[in-house]
Design a binder for this molecule. Structure first.
Ligand code: CLF
Ligand code: SF4
Length: 326
């Protein structure tokens, strides 16, 4: 039996949250598997710049630490994002989460904060969600707390500088460019510090880890152990999208990914229903309405809670049709 198994019964696998936060989790399609069929999210693509260069990222597309490969979202200004959100939340009240997940790193763009400010003022009850590479998390956390962000995703692909230096080509931090293990050390330090502070401040933290065969695949369980220590709520092990400098690396098979998730599960809850959605997606996770025709969207436009059941039936029918087309 591996050494870590001896300690599993001692491992506390779940942080505890206040009732209001538990309610938010129950209506968050990414944080609660059951919620994915009932509740949706809207992503606002207001953050084009990124402050690091991952070796699997081609910067003309959305951030692949959180998004679908090869997809480019149209960048909106904060005002445009608010104008887009208003009718969508009015027409589709099953959308409970407003998220910012790119196309670059949300913390590297002032527009992220301006957008959350506008959304919070207009929709004080909505859950605000954000996804980041974590480089600026320690210094921006207070802004996120002030704005009422309650669910936060940090991409953490390695906690070992030697491994991390193979994944990230460079970082730009406080005006300086860093490469190699120096860049990795700064990045990992900030990610871990930021996660710890975010958890301590009461945010519900999810970690995305891109599984890269031959690079970090043997190391992911070590990350999971660390997440347990830090009090992270859920981990999302995502398959590599082999592009950019990693174009020649074969992505993990579904079985390989499943095996890694099983190894990590004793330490931190595993998300298995991620859709790698676009930075401008909206609707249920399985039904990106940004990609639907206006007629289809009209069909699922609802005005009362009673209509929700009917909407779900239509969404399921749409999903079956989409699957047939693929
Ligand atoms: Fe968006 Fe991410 Fe918030 Fe969800 S997505 S910022 S936590 S509201 Fe969800 Fe999409 Fe997977 Fe992300 S399915 S890519 S995990
Ligand atoms: Fe690309 Fe996202 Fe990495 Fe930035 S953090 S380089 S946008 S994958």
């Amino acid at each position: 039996m591996p050494e870590e198994d001896n300690h599993m019964s001692e491992i506390d696998t779940g942080p505890k949250y206040e009732e209001e936060l538990l309610r938010k989790i129950a209506k968050h399609p990414c944080y609660d598997k059951k919620a994915q069929h009932k509740y949706g999210r809207i992503h606002l693509a207001v953050a084009p710049k990124c402050n690091i260069q991952c070796n699997f990222c081609i910067r003309k597309f959305d951030c692949v630490n959180e998004s679908r490969p090869g997809v480019t979202s149209k960048v909106l200004t904060p005002q445009e994002a608010l104008q887009k959100t208003k009718p969508i939340l009015a027409d589709y009240p099953f959308i409970e989460v407003v998220g910012i997940a790119g196309p670059g790193d949300p913390l590297a763009n002032d527009e992220t904060f301006e957008t959350f400010e506008l959304i919070k003022k207009e929709f004080p009850e909505i859950t605000l969600c954000m996804s980041t590479n974590g480089l600026l998390l320690p210094e921006k956390l207070q802004d996120l707390l002030r704005l009422g962000v309650s669910t936060l995703t940090v991409t953490l692909n390695s906690i070992d500088p030697e491994i991390h230096a193979k994944i990230v080509d460079h970082i730009i931090y406080h005006g300086e460019v860093y490469r190699g293990t120096k860049a990795a050390e700064i990045h990992i330090k900030n990610q871990l510090e930021g996660i710890k502070e975010a958890v301590d401040a009461g945010l519900v933290v999810k970690v995305n880890t891109v599984l890269i065969p031959g690079i970090n695949d043997k190391h992911v369980v070590e990350i999971a152990r660390k997440l347990n220590e830090l009090g992270v709520y859920i981990m999302n092990v995502m398959p590599l999208i082999n592009q950019g400098a990693f174009a020649d690396i074969e992505p993990p098979t579904a079985e390989e990914r499943k095996a890694v998730q099983e190894d990590c599960e004793p330490y931190v809850m595993q998300m298995r229903h991620c859709r790698q959605c676009r930075a401008d997606a909206f609707g249920l996770l399985s039904q990106d309405m940004s990609q639907m025709s206006a007629e289809r969207r009209k069909l699922i436009k609802i005005h009362s809670k009673e209509d929700m059941e009917r909407t779900r039936v239509i969404l399921n029918k749409n999903e079956n049709e989409e699957t047939c087309k693929e």
